[in-house]
Write a protein that binds this ligand. Structure first.
Ligand SMILES: Nc1ncnc2c1ncn2[C@@H]1O[C@H](COP(=O)(O)OP(=O)(O)O)[C@@H](O)[C@H]1O
Ligand SMILES: [Mg+2]
Length: 302
C-alpha cells in the first residue's frame, strides 16, 4: 500500500505570459479522496487537465503506478482508467444525456455471426437513466438534448458519466457548484462509495464543508505550486483557508528541505513528530530509494 496511483512532480504550465503552474506537485493513492483546493487562479483546473490528458505540461513528470506517462490525449487518460468532470462540464449540448454518457464508447448489440452490431440505444438510455437517478437527477426525457436540462441536471449527467466509466481515478472539478443541497449530498455519498470501491477521487472544491465532509487528505495549491498537505481528520477549516491565502505556511510541503537523496526519510520523520498537520506521505517519490522510513506508515487509513 501507499504507492501513489497518480503522482505529478514539478509540473510547469504557461499560457502565454501567465504561469498557471510553477512546479506543482500532487499525488493521490488508490481508494482515497484527495481534495485539491486553492484560491481562484491557483492552477487547480490546469493541473486536473494535465493529469487527465487535456493539456500537456511544459515540463514536469506524471507517473501512474510509479511509471512515467505522457498522456497525449483524453482518450489515453481514459484508457488508463482516469475520468474527469470538467469545471465547464464538457457535455455536447445538442446531444441527449445518454449520447453524452456513451460518446465514443457506444454500446452495440451483438451482431449476427460476429458481425458488428447496431447501437443498443435502449440499453444505453436505461443505464444513463439509472446512473443519473442514483444522483437524484430525474431526466424528463432521455432523448431531449442536454441543452434543455437545468444546470444541476447537466452537472448530474457529467458526474454520473465520469463515475460510471472511471476504473482507477476520477477528477471532479467543482462538481457540486450548480447543485442543491440534496443533490450535493448524493454526490458526496457517491464520492465515498467510489472511493470505497478502490477508485481514487480528486475533488476540486471551493466548499470547505464538502471538503471536510468527504476528503481523506487535502492538497493546497497557491500561485501554481503545492504549498501544503493535510490529513483531513487533523486539520481545521481555518488552517485550510490560511494555507490557501498564504496566511499559514507549511514548511517543506514536499519533504525536500534538505535536498539530496536521503531527504524523504528525514523529512517524514520530522513531520511525524508534529502535532497535527502534514499528511506527510512522500508520494512523489523522487526516485529510487525514496521513503526509506515511515512515509507509508504515516498515512492514515487506507
Ligand atoms: N486556456 C488558458 N489560457 C490562458 N490562461 C489560462 C488558461 N487556463 C488557465 N489560465 C490561467 O492560469 C491560471 C490558473 O488557472 P486555473 O487552473 O483555471 O485556476 P483555478 O482552477 O485554480 O481557479 C489563471 O491565471 C488563469 O487565468
Ligand atoms: Mg478552476
Amino acid at each position: 500500500m501507499g504507492a501513489p496511483l497518480i503522482a505529478a512532480r514539478g509540473i510547469v504550465k504557461s499560457y502565454g505570459h501567465v504561469e498557471a503552474l510553477r512546479g506543482a506537485d500532487f499525488a493521490v493513492r488508490p481508494g482515497e479522496v484527495v481534495a485539491l483546493i486553492g484560491d481562484n487562479g491557483a492552477g487547480k483546473s490546469t493541473l486536473a487537465k494535465i493529469l487527465s490528458g487535456v493539456e500537456r505540461p511544459d515540463t514536469g513528470m506524471i507517473e501512474i503506478d510509479g511509471r512515467p506517462v505522457a498522456f497525449g490525449s483524453v482518450e489515453e487518460a481514459r484508457g488508463a482508467g482516469v475520468e474527469t468532470v470538467y469545471q465547464d462540464l464538457a457535455l455536447c449540448a445538442e446531444l441527449s444525456p445518454s449520447a453524452n454518457y456513451f460518446l465514443g464508447r457506444e454500446r452495440l448489440k451483438p451482431g449476427l455471426l460476429g458481425m458488428l452490431g447496431v447501437l443498443d440505444n435502449a440499453a444505453m438510455r436505461r443505464e444513463t437513466r439509472e446512473a443519473c437517478e442514483r444522483l437524484g437527477v430525474r431526466l424528463k426525457s432521455e432523448t431531449a438534448p442536454v441543452s434543455t436540462l437545468s444546470g444541476g441536471q447537466r452537472q448530474g449527467v457529467a458526474v454520473a458519466r465520469a463515475v460510471g466509466w472511471a476504473r482507477r481515478a476520477v477528477f471532479m472539478d467543482e462538481p457540486t457548484a450548480a447543485l442543491g443541497v440534496v443533490q450535493t449530498r448524493r454526490v458526496l455519498d457517491l464520492i465515498r462509495s467510489v472511493r470505497d470501491s478502490g477508485v481514487a477521487v480528486v475533488l476540486i472544491s471551493h466548499n470547505m464543508q464538502d471538503v471536510m465532509a468527504v476528503s481523506d487528505r487535502v492538497e493546497v495549491l497557491r500561485l501554481g505550486r503545492r504549498v501544503a498537505r493535510f490529513d483531513t481528520a487533523r486539520v481545521s477549516m481555518e488552517e485550510l483557508v490560511g494555507a490557501m491565502t498564504g496566511a499559514l505556511e507549511q514548511d517543506d510541503p514536499d519533504g525536500r528541505a534538505e535536498g539530496g537523496p536521503g531527504r524523504d526519510a528525514a523529512g517524514a520523520d520530522e513531520r511525524a513528530a508534529g502535532p497535527g498537520r502534514d499528511a506527510a506521505v512522500d508520494e512523489a517519490g523522487d526516485g529510487p530509494g525514496r521513503d526509506a522510513a515511515g512515509a507509508d506508515e504515516q498515512e492514515d487509513g487506507r
